[in-house]
Design a protein around this ligand. Structure first.
Ligand SMILES: Nc1ncnc2c1ncn2[C@@H]1O[C@H](COP(=O)(O)OP(=O)(O)OP(=O)(O)O)[C@@H](O)[C@H]1O
Length: 512
């Protein structure tokens, strides 16, 4: 085996090496404890076995003297390193051995739990315990250890492989990190609502959905139906372990579509407030976490079920055919705008993005008897709020309000969005654009040029009402679910819900 000479085995691998292993060290740095705990005074190097040592370097655990290491130093000792982000657990066994479990990178998209174990020659209990605590401090930062997770698996999510994915790729990572798991399969449509409604919120920290975006939508709506809704929505973090056809929640917060990498992100995730949106239609109030769309996106998403056999090409095919047809979806729209131009929107994004991640979730737990917040602008059935004006949009092609950045893997539609700025990002585009311009607009999303296009209207808003006109029927999508083709109103509740994220305050998407 070819080996390179390591200059100093206790120095961290270069950033390139860490990236090659597919981990987000920036996230860990952001979550590292700021204060110096007593354990941090413990020695950073632990001698284990004969001629072997474990050292806590800046970003990783450096193991020297272990067979199979990737590099050799001048004395011929092998060394390797494991990023702290990948460390899942460490403890001493009854026999005195030290055991470290970590997520081993198998490929760019797969990590699997692995174990290293050493016997200690001269066990000095307190020093070893302190070293283990120090390793776990670095591995978890301010992220909660041993999260208590209600896992919901939708056996019919995506291509129907969620149960297998859970057992093969997800559960082993969560278990190795000593999370407490309570798994349940969803048995019918709406089961996630029931789980959210009945959940013992003191017994769990997280609901993790092995599904698409449909189950998280249901769980948030279930939590929202409770008498203690406000408390439940803050107390319980809702996360996604991507097993569906649409996995936006995981893409935005775990930064991945891969079930095992997402499991690792959940293990290390930081509690993060997320804005939720009340949508009223008729006398119904629904919570939305992802998006609301009317026009081309809604129709493409919901009106192409007959093309499911195409897989993800279905969306591209559906949208291109409609762009070529120059479809318009007339509507009257009233908007409560907070930032009406792109320069202001960009400024809001950059101000937040330049801040360090928060040390912890700073919200107070609402009292037990607090339900959902009152609606500041009433419902769609109330008279239009005084300061609002309904504006006819006769040539509307796309009305798209986003609460997260990625809508799907290649579609960072709302690059300026922030998890808890109290705003929805609202995009409006005419439907009668020249065909080449329309296609270029679509391509611009994947190329990250969409936001700056002149004909893309992009604002930050806190509420709106939309009334479709001159169409017998059509599609309205709330988080990818179809609702009746009737007027609706939406308003944002700042930081009402909770997720787990890598940074504590941003999406894992390129911003503006
Ligand atoms: N056992 C079940 N039988 C039928 N439907 C179910 C079952 N469990 C969950 N569902 C429903 O499946 C729907 C889709 O779920 P999910 O988001 O997990 O998958 P998806 O593949 O991304 O979905 P889709 O592409 O159909 O939106 C949800 O509306 C949910 O209520």
């Amino acid at each position: 085996m070819a080996s390179t000479e390591a200059t100093n085995p206790f120095q961290d691998p270069s950033p390139g090496e860490i990236r090659a292993q597919g981990h987000d060290q920036a996230a860990l740095a952001a979550s590292a404890p700021q204060s110096t705990s007593p354990q941090q005074h413990a020695s950073t190097t632990l001698d284990v076995g004969r001629n072997a040592s474990l050292t806590l370097a800046t970003d990783s655990l450096v193991i020297q003297g272990m067979n199979g290491g990737s590099t050799k130093d001048k004395e011929g000792k092998t060394t390797r390193s494991i990023p702290f982000y990948n460390i899942l657990w460490a403890e001493r066994s009854d026999s005195g051995d030290i055991t470290i479990q970590y997520a081993h990178t198998v490929s760019k998209t797969v990590v699997r739990p692995a174990i290293i174990s050493y016997s200690i020659d001269k066990p000095d209990s307190s020093a070893i315990e302190a070293w283990i605590q120090s390793l776990l401090d670095r591995a978890y930062g301010t992220s909660q250890r041993r999260k208590r997770i209600k896992v919901l698996v939708n056996p019919f999510g995506g291509q129907g492989g969620a149960v297998k994915m859970y057992h093969k790729h997800i559960a082993p990572i969560l278990a190795a990190a000593r999370c407490e798991l309570d798994m349940e399969k969803t048995m019918h449509n709406g089961h996630g609502i029931e789980v959210g409604q009945k959940l013992d919120i003191d017994a769990y920290d997280v609901v993790a959905c092995c599904s698409g975006d449909g189950i998280p939508h249901e769980v948030w709506n279930g939590l929202g139906k409770r008498e203690d809704a406000a408390r439940a929505l803050v107390k319980i973090a809702v996360t996604q372990l991507p097993c569906g056809s649409g996995n936006a929640l995981s893409l935005n917060f775990n930064g991945t579509n891969s079930p095992s990498l997402a499991a690792l992100a959940v293990v290390k995730g930081l509690r993060t407030p997320l804005d939720l949106v009340s949508v009223t239609q008729g006398d119904k109030r629904t919570l939305s976490f992802l998006s609301q769309s009317v026009g081309i996106v809604a129709e493409t998403d919901l009106g192409t079920e007959n093309l499911r056999w195409m897989g993800s090409t279905r969306f591209t095919y559906g949208i291109v055919t409609r762009l070529l047809r120059q479809s318009v979806y007339p509507a009257d729209i009233a908007v409560k705008v907070e930032h009406d131009n792109k320069a202001a929107v960009r400024e809001v994004y950059r101000t937040e993005a330049s801040k360090p991640g928060p040390h912890c979730d700073e919200r107070e737990l609402p009292p037990v008897n607090t339900g959902l917040p009152a609606l500041r602008y009433g419902t769609v059935q109330d008279p239009l709020p005084e300061s609002w004006t309904l504006v006819p949009h006769d040539h509307l092609g796309n009305f798209y309000a986003g609460n997260l950045a990625y809508m799907s893997a290649d579609a960072n539609f709302f690059p300026a969005s922030l998890p808890s700025d109290g705003c929805l990002d609202l995009v409006r585009i005419r439907g009668d654009l020249k065909r080449t311009k329309a296609i270029n607009t679509l391509l611009a999303v994947a190329e990250h040029k969409f936001f700056d296009m002149d004909h893309v209207d992009y604002q930050k808003v806190t509420a709106y009402r939309i009334i479709p006109r001159n169409q017998k029927d059509g599609y309205i999508s709330i988080d990818g679910e179809r609702i009746p083709f009737e007027p609706f109103q939406a308003e944002v509740h700042c930081g009402l819900g909770t997720v787990l994220s890598k940074s504590g305050h941003l999406f894992e998407a390129k911003g503006v």
